[in-house]
Design a protein around this ligand. Structure first.
Ligand code: HEC
Ligand SMILES: [Cu+2]
Length: 333
């Protein structure tokens, strides 16, 4: 570690909060270093200087008014200043400007849904314009999660049954990342990646890119999220291709395999067109309506041998995305 690493313990500053936040962090950090060195250094010096020696008698010193006032008043001033800076920072972190753009953020095991002002959604990836205040209105559909964007210096819990908010204004275009900062459980089985490597999943899959784009591209982005994704040559994905993309983009793959192995949820291989046994002992055919209902109301018909832990995707998948997922599951029959 060299001297510049010591000064660079925080990630790049990509929001308007960066300078003030980092200044206060380094102020407290270097003040702590200075006090630690000063106090421990003085203690060691005194231990050596006033150690017991044969023939030297201890002489109590009594009061020193000036020193006692100094070490009382100086910390009081310092603490009041720290409180003032901290409180002022807290107020600006929690008071979004009235013209902030709202993005609705829903957390669930184990994915994030972002809903934009025009009703479009993205999953596990969020895009925002530069130089514009943005407010996240966050909730959780199951357990505690937390939205954390280190480059913006913001973090807020996602709590079931209540809304929490955070806001920021990005100052750079480019890509950074967000994370779930509240351990929210692990999936029962690892996901095998395209490279054949098994990865622990669950909480660890709850992160993704933050794309910060110029304001001139913002309208185009909003229109684009309402359409089906396209191949490099411009042709639209078929419904089954789109469904396959959603299977990973929506993190369905943290609980469902497509190769026949059971994970937290049942595999999707060879289910379409067959009967499935439900927890109540009945059998129902897996058709379009059953799959659609399984996604929107997962606890209505629970598959035998599995726990009712699947979150509902009501409100976060459009009808066309539901059709695409159904087409993909049908293609696996
Ligand atoms: C947290 C784990 C989890 C995630 C994430 C998850 N599911 Fe599920 N899913 C389950 C479990 C467990 C079941 C079986 C119990 C039940 O029926 O509710 C299930 C059942 C299903 C079924 C019925 C399957 C059958 O064999 O009858 C479908 C269809 C389904 N999920 C679709 C999806 C889709 C689409 C997504 C992503 C958008 C998704 N699931 C995400 C856990 C999950
Ligand atoms: Cu989480």
């Amino acid at each position: 570690m060299n001297s510049t690493d010591l000064m660079k313990q925080l990630p790049a500053q990509w929001s308007t909060f960066g300078p003030g936040y980092d200044w206060l962090f380094y102020f407290i950090y270097w003040m702590s270093v200075a006090l630690f060195v000063g106090i421990i250094g003085t203690a060691i010096f005194f231990v050596v200087k006033y150690r017991r020696r044969p023939g030297v008698k201890a002489e109590p010193t009594g009061h020193n008014l000036v020193m006692e006032l100094a070490w009382t008043v100086a910390p009081v001033i310092l603490l009041v200043l720290l409180f003032h800076w901290g409180f002022a920072g807290y107020v600006s972190l929690t008071s979004p400007p009235p013209d902030a753009m709202d993005i609705r953020v829903r957390a669930r095991k184990w994915s994030w849904d972002f809903e934009y002002p025009n009703g479009g959604h993205t999953a596990n990836s969020v895009t925002i314009p530069i130089n514009r205040p943005v407010r996240f209105v966050i909730s959780s559909e199951d357990v505690l999660h937390a939205m954390f964007i280190p480059a913006f210096r913001v973090k807020r819990d996602a709590v079931p049954g209540m809304y929490s908010t955070l806001w920021f204004q990005a100052t750079h275009t480019g890509d950074t990342r967000f994370y779930c900062a509240e351990y929210c459980g692990a999936a029962d089985a690892p996901v095998i990646g395209a490279d054949g490597v098994a990865r622990e999943t669950g909480h660890f899959s709850m992160g993704g890119p933050v794309h910060i784009i110029p304001q001139s591209q913002w309208q185009e982005f909003l229109v684009g999220i309402l359409r089906a994704p396209t191949h490099a040559n411009g042709t639209e994905f078929t419904p089954a291709e789109w469904g396959e993309q959603l299977y990973t983009a929506q993190n369905c793959n943290t609980c469902h395999s497509v190769n026949g192995s059971a994970m937290t949820g049942p595999t999707w291989q060879h289910i379409f067109g067959h009967d499935v046994a439900l927890a109540d002992g009945s059998h129902v055919p897996v058709d379009e309506n059953y799959v659609r209902r399984s996604i929107l109301e997962p606890n209505a018909q629970v598959v035998q041998g599995f726990n009712p832990v699947m979150p509902s995707y009501q409100g976060s998948l459009t009808d066309r995305q539901l059709d695409a997922l159904i087409a993909y599951i049908r293609s696996l029959r």
